[in-house]
Design a protein. Structure first.
Length: 170
């Protein structure tokens, strides 16, 4: 039974991926690019060269696709939330709080396993090593700022942190 559900889920995911690809292609060719050409063919933009106009058309197409995608996802989420009984009645927002029921999947996710202390140990050590690297980098920047200030006899010059890239071995 579980294998059938996972096979259906994979097929639905592949179908959605194909549908998004086709929708993006069709909307880009039939709606977004003609709209961009129409919007960028006004008099002030005639002064742009073809490369700049093409770059603006591509950027417009990308931006309008993102707008379409996020607006459709937001509309879908709002349609799902509207089906919940608490979405229209604000008195039900905190009904039974703080004793809210917890889902079965949340219980299995929140349960601490036997490998939790080991994982915590590695995460803590990784954070310490990252902090050590940051301190080494900041120390090098401070030393470079002091040396530059001494070489310039106290005169203010450009900032060490901007401009060329500075690595620990430089």
């Amino acid at each position: 039974m579980m294998a059938v559900r996972s096979a259906e889920a994979v097929s639905v995911a592949l179908l959605f991926a194909l549908a998004f690809f086709c929708a993006r292609f069709l909307l880009d060719r039939l709606v977004y690019k003609p709209l961009a050409v129409y919007l960028f063919n006004v008099k002030p933009s005639m002064m742009m060269n073809d490369e700049a106009r093409q770059a603006k058309i591509v950027k417009f197409s990308e931006s309008i696709w993102k707008l379409t995608y996020y607006a459709s996802v937001q509309a879908w989420v709002l349609m799902i939330i509207k089906q919940e009984p608490w979405s229209l009645d604000t008195m039900q927002y905190f009904d039974g709080w703080p004793n809210q029921p917890i889902a079965f999947h949340s219980i299995t996710f929140l349960r601490r396993h036997s490998e939790f202390p080991t994982t915590l140990y590695y995460m803590f050590n990784t954070m310490l090593l990252t902090l050590l690297v940051f301190h080494m980098y900041w120390g090098k920047l401070i030393c470079m700022m002091i040396m530059r200030q001494l070489n310039n006899k106290g005169q203010v010059t450009d900032d060490v942190r901007s401009g060329k890239r500075i690595f620990l071995w430089c």
